[in-house]
Every structure is written in structure tokens, then in C-alpha cells.
Design a protein around this ligand. Structure first.
Ligand SMILES: Nc1ncnc2c1ncn2[C@@H]1O[C@H](COP(=O)(O)OP(=O)(O)OP(=O)(O)O)[C@@H](O)[C@H]1O
Length: 374
């Protein structure tokens, strides 16, 4: 069982509808209930800012700072687990657009957002992810990339450098007579980065598949089959230099076509994550709404277990409106599974009774107009 990691204290300032909040927590799971618009998701979003990225809403920082606040937002948490209590903090200095967020570890400035993952990993499941299987492939790629990122912080750098190189190539191809030597140099960079992105994704799929397949063989959360389509079609047994050569040739030969299209048509930015309901042997997108939700929960729980197994430390889980579409039996099974992961979960809902099966394992808090009691 991975070591328990939990938030002992959480402090928010000028965050969404919270002017100021200081919460003492303990090892129990946190259940946040309250009316619509009370601030339940906002509180979970604040916790999600303790990990790399723009949080569970992928928000602009200017939108996160409380309306009317004269200064930027901040989120501080005392984390118990990995190496005794550690204080992690983040926030912005002002409320204007386009600023970066600052990070603090035990009172001193941290330079890289990745440093936070040494102390805390935060994973989430939100209602916005309900359309994951039926929505655009970009959403599934982002979902997969977040899974990879949770164990491999380099993945974010690779993806943004690939993106930058690809945009340079697209710009160059739009010129009347692009310099072929320059194009080749950019394509070489894209080949190196693109293949390592694809291999990192495939490695994550391999690890996750092993867990998802045994994960939820019970009828509550079905197991899934995962594959990557498009770029190299699960060709991971071939050596990287071989794949790079292949991609380089694709790019070179694709120049006239890509110039006409105004964009690069081959590469990891076009891959799709294919998900099948294993027991029904059916694509996830054709499953019922409830089955899709159950598949998604199964995937996220398998990922949480993987993170715990690989790092030795259980992640913090943010489960927004998790109980909404589940019947009583499934809710009870979910709480047991979540508790069995060994980490701390934050869960929200409008109705406290939905969480009864959690019993003593939960701490029940009421959220009302940006304040928390209970
Ligand atoms: N930057 C901001 N400053 C002040 N208030 C904000 C800001 N951003 C969002 N809000 C307010 O926060 C509230 C939404 O909070 P949140 O999404 O946490 O609700 P919730 O409790 O999860 O509700 P629901 O049950 O409807 O999902 C809204 O009233 C919204 O106007």
C-alpha cells in the first residue's frame, strides 16, 4: 500500500468566490456539500493548482483571482506524507492578464512547477470530462498527456517544444520558397521530440492497460482496452531511431501536402486514444452514458493506483459531483475503492445523504457563499 499523503491545512486568498479561507484538515476524505454556486468546485480547483498546469478548469489566472480583488490569488497547503509536513504555495502577484504563477516550497521560491510533484500529486475527475469518449480527439490526447505528465514531468516540455517546432515548420512552409536546409533542421527536431512523445504515451498505456484490465473485472466499474491510433499505431517494439527516420521521411514527403493544407498532417498531435469497453467488446463512445461514466471512473482509479504503485505515495484525488450518476451500490463500491487507494479524496455533491456510505472515513463540510463550516 502506498504511503498516505494528505492536506493538513489549506489556505486560500482571493481565490474565485473565497476572499480568505483557512481550513484545518486531517487524514479523512473531505466531502463538500452545498447549494449550486456555493464554491465547492472552486475549492477543489484551488487544490488542483498545487500540481502543474492550469488546474481542473484550465482557467486563465486572471479569471481565478476573485472579482473585485486588488491583488492576485494564493493557495497554500501543508502536505503530510512524502517527507513530513511540507508547505506548498502558489499564486499570482496581480490580477492582470498574461502573468505567470509563482511557486513556494517551505517559504522559499521554487523555480519549476515540476518541483511540486516531488511532494504532491493531484488527479481529478470532473463532470466536464463526461464527454471524453464522444468529444474531440484533442480532449483524449490532453487526458492521456496528463496521465503521462503525472509520472514523467519532462513530457510537458517535450510537447511544448514539439508544438513550437511544428508552428515554425508550418510558417516556413507557407513561404514562397522555404529554405530546405532550415526545414530539414526543424523536421529533425520534430522527429526526435515527436517520437519520444509517442513512446512516452505508449509506455503509459501499457502500464495502465495492465491495471485497467485487472482493475475492475467486477461489474461495478468495467475494464477497458486502451490503444493509440494514428502516429505509429502502437509500434513501440521498433527502436526509436528507426521511428525517427520513418517520421522524418513522412514529414519530408508530406511537405507539398502540408503546405497546401497550411498545417502539419502527420505527427503525435493527431493521435487518438482509443478506448473499448472490455466486457462488452464495444467502443466507449457507443456505450450508454452510465457505462461511459463507469469506464471513466475505472480509468481514473486505475491511474491513481498506478501513481501510488510507481511513486510509493498515494495521490490526492479530486472527484467533482462524483456521486451524481451512480446508484447506491455503485456509490458504496466507489467509496471503498477510493479509500483502498490509500490517499485523501475531495468529493463534492449537493446532497449529503449521497455520501452516507463513506461513514467515519469522511469529514463532512458545508460550503456556502465562499465559506466552509462543519
Ligand atoms: N473570479 C471569481 N470571483 C468571484 N466569484 C467567482 C469567480 N469565479 C467564479 N466565481 C463564482 O463562484 C461560484 C461558482 O462556484 P463553484 O463552481 O465552486 O460552485 P459549486 O458549489 O461547485 O456549484 P455547482 O453545484 O453548481 O457545481 C459562482 O457563483 C461564480 O460566480
Amino acid at each position: 500500500m502506498p504511503q498516505k499523503v494528505f492536506l493538513n491545512r489549506l489556505k486560500l486568498s482571493e481565490f474565485r468566490n473565497y476572499a480568505a479561507l483557512s481550513l484545518a484538515l486531517d487524514q479523512r476524505h473531505i466531502v463538500l456539500t452545498g447549494e449550486n454556486g456555493a464554491g465547492k468546485t472552486n475549492l477543489m480547483e484551488a487544490v488542483s493548482f498545487l500540481s502543474p498546469g492550469r488546474g481542473l478548469r484550465r482557467a486563465a489566472y486572471a479569471d481565478v483571482a476573485r472579482v473585485g480583488a486588488s491583488d492576485g490569488f494564493s493557495v497554500f497547503a501543508e502536505v503530510v506524507g512524502m517527507e513530513g509536513p511540507v508547505e506548498i504555495g502558489t499564486g499570482t502577484a496581480g490580477t492582470n492578464e498574461g502573468q505567470s504563477r509563482r511557486l513556494r516550497l517551505n517559504g522559499t521560491a521554487a523555480s519549476m512547477v515540476d518541483e511540486l510533484t516531488d511532494h504532491l500529486r493531484v488527479l481529478w475527475l470532473t463532470p466536464a470530462m463526461d464527454g471524453l469518449f464522444t468529444g474531440p480527439s484533442a480532449d483524449r490526447r490532453r487526458f492521456l498527456d496528463r496521465l503521462v505528465l503525472s509520472l514523467d514531468p519532462e513530457h510537458g516540455r517535450r510537447a511544448s517544444e514539439f508544438d513550437r517546432a511544428m508552428r515554425s515548420r508550418n510558417r516556413l512552409l507557407s513561404e514562397f520558397r522555404p529554405d530546405p536546409a532550415w526545414l530539414t533542421a526543424i523536421e529533425k527536431e520534430m522527429a526526435g521530440l515527436g517520437v519520444s512523445m509517442a513512446l512516452a504515451r505508449q509506455e503509459m498505456l501499457g502500464l495502465l492497460t495492465a491495471l485497467v484490465e485487472r482493475n475492475t473485472g467486477d461489474s461495478v466499474f468495467p475494464s477497458a482496452r486502451l490503444a493509440l491510433s494514428g502516429f505509429f499505431d502502437n509500434d513501440s517494439h521498433r527502436p526509436a531511431f528507426d521511428l525517427e527516420e520513418q517520421y522524418l521521411t513522412m514529414l519530408r514527403e508530406g511537405r507539398p501536402r502540408d503546405a497546401a493544407a497550411g498545417r502539419t498532417l502527420d505527427g503525435p498531435h493527431r493521435s487518438d486514444l482509443l478506448i473499448r469497453h472490455r466486457e462488452k467488446d464495444m467502443e466507449a463512445e457507443r456505450c450508454s452514458t452510465g457505462e461511459q461514466k463507469a469506464l471513466l471512473v475505472g480509468l481514473v482509479l486505475a491511474h491513481a493506483r498506478l501513481v501510488g504503485d510507481m511513486t510509493g505515495h498515494a495521490p490526492i484525488l479530486l472527484l467533482d459531483e462524483i456521486a451524481a450518476h451512480l446508484d447506491m451500490g455503485r456509490r458504496a463500491a466507489l467509496f471503498d475503492l477510493v479509500d483502498g487507494l490509500g490517499g485523501q479524496a475531495f468529493m463534492t455533491g449537493t446532497d449529503r445523504a449521497m455520501f452516507d456510505a463513506l461513514g467515519e472515513r469522511g469529514r463532512f463540510l458545508t460550503v456556502e457563499h465562499g465559506s466552509v463550516s462543519g
